[in-house]
Design a protein around this ligand. Structure first.
Ligand SMILES: [Zn+2]
Length: 324
């Protein structure tokens, strides 16, 4: 009797173990069967777009920032954290989305790739605007002072197409490490991406060469790298993040600067409440126009991808800055 019971239990345990092994083997085959098909999770739109362009068919790319959501203030749901942990590669931008910085460290230490390394982040901005300062003055102390100490590194590198091209090249190298069979394809795709971005750069360079107004007044300080490349000076009404709201004294300063410099257009942004920019425009008696920092795409975006939205931005800037 005793012996019989023991044998029965043993048999049941053995068959459960066999089932478990079969289940395990099955899922391993499914995950490893295709060879490529890497899963890439990107922090927000421009990184998602670059990864899609460089990866082509070999990658399954998704973005953690839903269309229409404000990218800076990204909040991660448990399933997002799981997606980061399971991804073959996390493409993110250190210092841009605080919620993701933390998860990159805790959940993806070996698979997180910071686009900022290749983007050559050199610009800083004060936590609140730096009104009245010339580009030269700002460049001087931006070069001297490390980030911190009232200054923060400007993360918005993708608004400079040349920096985004460098990120594409570096991403191709990182992907080749993860998937050596795809290396040649990644390199080719990154070169095609670079060609598109350099063509865009040439168009913007030509389009903004003869502008009557050099001061660019925008909702938040997203356009520093664009201004830096094309010889404009950016004055952000909010700080580096749209959630840094200006106080009345700062608003008055910006309004005075708009009048002094003959600014005709203050730019509001997609995905950011236009109220503060509209207040400045009304106070100074100038127009508003919508400029897109390309932090996310929606159905209302002025184009279906990064290149189209940047060309729409160029057209908006040519009119707003009175370019010939
Ligand atoms: Zn921004």
């Amino acid at each position: 009797m005793n012996t019989w019971t023991t044998r029965a239990v043993t048999a049941a345990t053995a068959s459960a173990a066999a089932l478990a092994l079969a289940g395990c083997g099955g899922s391993d085959d499914a995950a490893g069967g295709s060879g490529a098909g890497l899963t890439v999770v990107a922090g927000f739109y421009p990184l998602e777009w670059a990864a899609q362009r460089v990866g082509g068919d070999r990658l399954d790319v998704s973005s953690l920032t839903p269309p229409g959501a404000e990218a800076h203030d990204l909040e991660l749901a448990p399933q997002d954290v799981a997606a980061v942990a399971e991804a073959d590669l996390l493409v993110y931008l250190e210092g841009f989305q605080p919620a993701l910085d933390e998860v990159a460290t805790t959940e993806a230490a070996a698979t997180a790739w910071d686009a900022g390394q290749a983007a050559d982040l050199t610009l800083t901005a004060e936590e609140h605007g730096h009104e009245g300062e010339t580009a030269e003055e700002h460049a001087e102390h931006a070069g001297e002072e490390p980030a911190g100490d009232g200054e923060a590194l400007d993360p918005h590198f993708w608004l400079d197409p040349v920096r985004l091209a460098s990120v594409g090249d570096a991403l191709a190298e990182r992907l080749a490490e993860a998937d050596p069979d795809g290396a040649a394809g990644y390199e080719q795709n990154a070169a095609a991406l670079r060609a598109d971005l350099e063509a865009l750069d040439a168009e913007i360079q030509a389009g903004l060469a003869g502008c009557a107004v050099d001061t660019l007044v925008t909702g938040h300080e997203a356009f520093g790298y664009l201004a830096d490349r094309y010889g404009l000076e950016v004055v952000g009404i909010s700080g580096l993040s749209p959630s840094q709201e200006p106080d009345p004294a700062q608003l008055a300063e910006i309004t005075a600067l708009v009048r002094e410099r003959g600014v005709t257009t203050v730019y509001t942004e997609t995905l950011v409440d236009p109220a503060v920019a509209e207040t400045v425009a009304t106070e100074a008696g100038v127009r508003t126009a919508v400029l897109d920092p390309v932090e996310g795409l929606t159905d209302e975006s002025a184009g279906s991808d990064y290149l189209e939205v940047m060309r729409a931005n160029l057209a908006t800037l040519q009119e707003g800055q009175s370019c010939s």
